[in-house]
Design a protein around this ligand. Structure first.
Ligand code: SAH
Ligand code: SF4
Length: 352
């Protein structure tokens, strides 16, 4: 018998099509989505408004679970980090950061990452595999269950492990599930997909789903960016910036969220800041500056406070909103020694 399909791999529209092909009435897909995502029922045998034959068919031929929660840590500042295990034993992490009335979920799109950015802990792991749509959606479901009573995830950021644009079909389908008005109903302006600059896939993503795009810039010259983000050799700075400038989905209402990890002596000079202002002036932009979180095995360091201050002062001359990120949830990451997750947390707060 072939491996059972996972019901969570399909947005409702796709599941309707799948069901039709299998001789199941398409509207059953809507009922299944309600059970899975609104009522939190995973076992098809418990989906009582489906007839018995269908319940048994789904239970035999389909599966619903993809991940199990293997560890959960709560920071003193309220940040919640989950370690989740896939069926093949692969481990990924998801984080929830509360801030004001926002509860931002940071999710992973791959196990590891192939792009090897020189300052990133995930990059050091190398690439294992893409996550399925069900594995992306399950991160939300598991983490939501751990939230305090009455609190709900309000924002989603694809800034966990991996490069989402290199797992685009599964990421797009997961976004469609999150956007579904009848289930998760997360507003499109509250979903952000972050990329290190996979230029060829940017239009594909933005044409498929109306999400915010975050671009991990980190440098203002090809010389420096080639070292920090090796993908820059394939998709250089000017080409990426031109695509963003010309993409019709990027507007004042939906600007690009640039991320700039500040690394001591590498990209933190006033000259860097001036070039950054020059680059971002040309398109609708917001900027998130993230002082580097050092991790074992990395020689990069966070600049001194006065250097950061000087850098931010030059940036203030730009015509775009800027945020400087402070570390969150560092106590739990330090405790478990998994800095890959801490990097993500620092990068995403206040991004939206
Ligand atoms: N692959 C995607 C999304 C995941 S990484 C991307 O690169 O955009 C998300 C962010 O993590 C990166 O933009 C970077 O800003 C941040 N990051 C990685 N390593 C970091 C570190 N050591 N310190 C601070 N931020 C880091
Ligand atoms: Fe991959 Fe993003 Fe880390 Fe680069 S920064 S190695 S693209 S996860």
């Amino acid at each position: 018998m072939s491996e059972p399909l996972n019901l969570k791999d399909y947005a409702t529209a796709s599941l309707r099509e799948r069901f039709a092909k299998a001789g199941i009435k398409p509207f059953r897909a809507d009922q299944v989505a309600q059970w899975l995502y609104v009522r939190g029922v995973e076992d098809p045998l418990e989906m009582t408004d489906l007839d018995k034959a269908l319940r048994e068919k789904l239970s035999l031929e389909w599966k619903t679970s993809a991940l199990s929660l293997s560890d959960l840590q709560r920071s003193v500042d309220g940040t919640l980090k989950g370690a989740l295990m896939a069926e093949d034993g692969a481990m990924i992490e998801a984080v929830i950061i509360p801030e004001g009335d926002r509860r931002t979920l940071c999710i992973s799109s791959q196990v590891g990452c192939a792009l090897a950015c020189s300052f990133c802990a995930t990059g050091e792991m190398g690439f294992t595999r893409n996550l399925s749509t069900a594995e992306i959606v399950d991160q939300f479901l598991h983490m939501q269950r751990e939230m305090p009573e009455g609190e709900e995830i309000s924002n989603i950021v694809f800034m966990g492990m991996g490069e989402p644009l290199l797992n685009l079909p599964n990421v797009i389908e997961a976004v469609r599930i999150f956007l579904d008005q009848k289930t998760f109903a997360i507003a499109s302006k509250r979903i952000t997909v972050s990329t290190s600059g996979v230029l060829s896939k940017i239009p594909v993503l933005l044409e498929a789903v109306p999400v915010n795009l975050a671009l991990s810039l980190h440098a203002t010259t090809d010389k420096v960016r080639d070292v920090l983000v090796p993908l820059n050799k394939k998709f250089p700075l000017a080409a990426v910036m031109l695509e963003l400038k010309n993409n019709p989905m990027i507007t004042k209402r939906r600007p690009v969220f640039f991320e700039y990890t500040l690394l001591e002596g590498v990209n933190d000079s006033p000259e860097d800041a001036r070039r950054l202002v020059g680059l971002l002036r040309k398109l609708p932009a917001k900027l998130n500056v993230i002082p580097m979180n050092p991790h074992p095995g990395s020689t990069y360091r966070k600049p001194a406070e006065d250097v950061i201050g000087r850098f931010m002062k030059v940036l203030a001359k730009g015509n775009f909103p800027i945020t400087l990120r402070k570390s969150r949830g560092s106590d739990i990451d330090a405790a478990c020694g998994q800095l890959a997750a801490r990097n993500r947390v620092d990068a995403l707060i206040n991004l939206q």
